[in-house]
Design a binder for this molecule. Sequence first.
Ligand code: FCB
Length: 778
Amino acid sequence: MKPTALTFPRGFVWGAGTSAYQIEGAAKEDGRGPSIWDGFAPAHGDTGEVACDHYHRYREDVALMKELGLAAYRFSVAWPRVQPDGRGAINTGGLDFYDRLTDELLAAGIAPYVTLYHWDLPRALEDDGGWTSRDTAWRFADYARAVHARLGDRVDTWLTVNEPFVQASLGYGIGLHAPGRLSPAETVFAVGHHMLLAHGLGVRALRAEGARRIGIPLNLSPVLTPDQVADPSATLPEPDAHAVEQVDAVLNRQFLDAVLRGKYPAGLPEAHVRPGDLEIISEPIDVLGVNYYAPTIVRAEPGAPPNPAYPGVEGVRFSDSHVTATAMGWPIVPNGLSLLLRQLARRYPGVELVVAENGAAFSDVVRSGAVADADRTAFLDEHLRAVRHAIADGVPCKGYFVWSLMDNFEWAEGYRRTFGIVHVDFDTQLRTVKDSGRWYREVIRHNGLPVSRPKRPTLETVAARAGVSRATVSRVVNGENSVSPEIREAVLHAVNQLGYVPNAAARNLVTQRTETVALVLATSPERDDAGIGTLVMTAGQAIQAAGKRITLLLADTEHNRSTLVSHVESGHVDGVLLAPHDGADPLISRLYGTAVPMVLLGKPAFSSLVPCVDIDNAGGGALATRHLMETGRTRIAMVCGPMEQARVRDRLAGYREAMREAGLQPFLTVGEHSQRSGAEAVRRLLDDDPGVQAVFASSDVMALGVLRAVREAGRDDVAVVGFGDVQAAAYAGLSTISERAGDQALTLARLLLSRLEGRPVSSALLSAQLIVRESSRA
Ligand code: FCB
């Protein structure tokens, strides 16, 4: 690399980051208490019990950092090591570790950047309410003081609370992260607020102790429509602008405005905010940590299912844009970073910026002691170019920390998603610097990027290295046997040396198809057996009619889920039909990460780039309600549940909409997905309001209970409509909205077949159909 490369300002800080629970291991050593992740992780797959064993190998790891030339290292202190119960007595044994680590870093000429809290709350505090309790914020300030007392003489930069949005939303909102709670929107906002209070109180405590440089690392993501991803200057129609605005407020401005302007964006719940809180939260800081991975892509879509990770946001489709993505399924948009940095400098002037996390997960392969991770190198190169552009435009960005120094425990994804520039073999704990790490070392050495972009090995490079034609390389990769053993060996040697990985498109061209499609079924107690039967039969026949085989894979246990992901990943199938379980099923992103074409049954609860097939649930809810009106009823109630299901919330939205249009008052009772619950709910209803004339139930199972209870109560005049058209509905004479299981299954298979032919496909929403039987003629 030429020193006259694309240079960065003198003193620009080159770093890498990690966090305690993700790398340390030694979960029970030297008096460490349990954190919320210790209980949560084992129940969901992998754990951080050993992780990278960094607690014992920190010397070796610091030596690696030195070899890479890092100027700074961002790590986090585990609160449960310092205060095993989260409060009171300090465990000096725990602090000793960070003391040794700090000394080791300083001796290697590496500046420690200390994050005080990276999601590992002491379990004892969670038992007292965790971040739903205000008190936790004061406990954090005490803890911050204790860490500063020990390390403050040697540490300059202090980062308080990592990414409160993620912990509030994924940990307390949808239960994908520890502590695994499912809570309503108000609680999620209260959690975010308490984490910000902890930040503010922490800043005050650290400042009082003489800390020199204090900041907060936030996950920040420019919110863009698919059009803006292609062209950031695209002007937006009003509904899209409103969608962007809503998401930006919850995801970014909730935290930025509070910390840097001392107020919350208009429209967010504030019942938990007490006088004086925002003064604490907006205590001046020196540096804002920008954790950037991808933009958030949205567009306006009336009636779109709410995304539970973004409480309060309505009428927004978390959308697909057809850009390439990392193994996490996160779209790769380097411009998003320059856009974000410029936006921050404009909206919040006067605070220094540091990119505190940026990086990518890709599937790495170790070959002959090396990892040729060309995709990661390209990712880092493009993002650093973006940082450089922003700096050239006057943005005060002072440093960049790759996430992550090494492969580690990636929270909900366990060890299958690797972000490191150093590979870790979790069986032997052997560290191997990846090609991206070597490349980063050169960037640091030159304080800049090479002018030409890093080259990916292509079919041509392999051909040139092996001294054969492209067609021959293709034949070898294809496994064709028309190639002599010597030539085959030469080609494979070149493939290994260069780390050539055919990309998804190339792979389609050069590898043989398996002509097999997987139908993956995640079990869920609410799924009705007849529906599964229809799905298997109909989709199976359509796939077979297209000359392909179908394999049924059950995603019931964690073990089976992992096995089936490796099965798909290792190329045993050409495509996947996935029926995920209700809620935010992580299987979607795990399978998406394999880059094998996939189509989903049912709109996912969580934003996703995968096309899906669903019934128009909101339309069905409205259809049922209007039908009941047409029979002359006006007192129409809804029996609704379970509320965490996106489809149930959509059905409710349709009911509400139809009632509102007709100027009628909606009223509902919430229940569970069972006949008994339906019966109980309607009994309560009839008690409260004997004038009820009709009931729309969000599922047939509940509706059957409703039907029974109204008949038992001698109220044959009450009309009932359900949803689903399960077999029993026909016997019981229940009017219902058909989910059109067969049509959905057929569409699902057709969409996948089109994808396999290389045609772009988009999601399909089938219209709901009303089936009238005697119950609503009553
Ligand atoms: C961030 C977290 C970090 C890591 C990366 C991939 O949200 O702060 O610990 O999981 O994402």
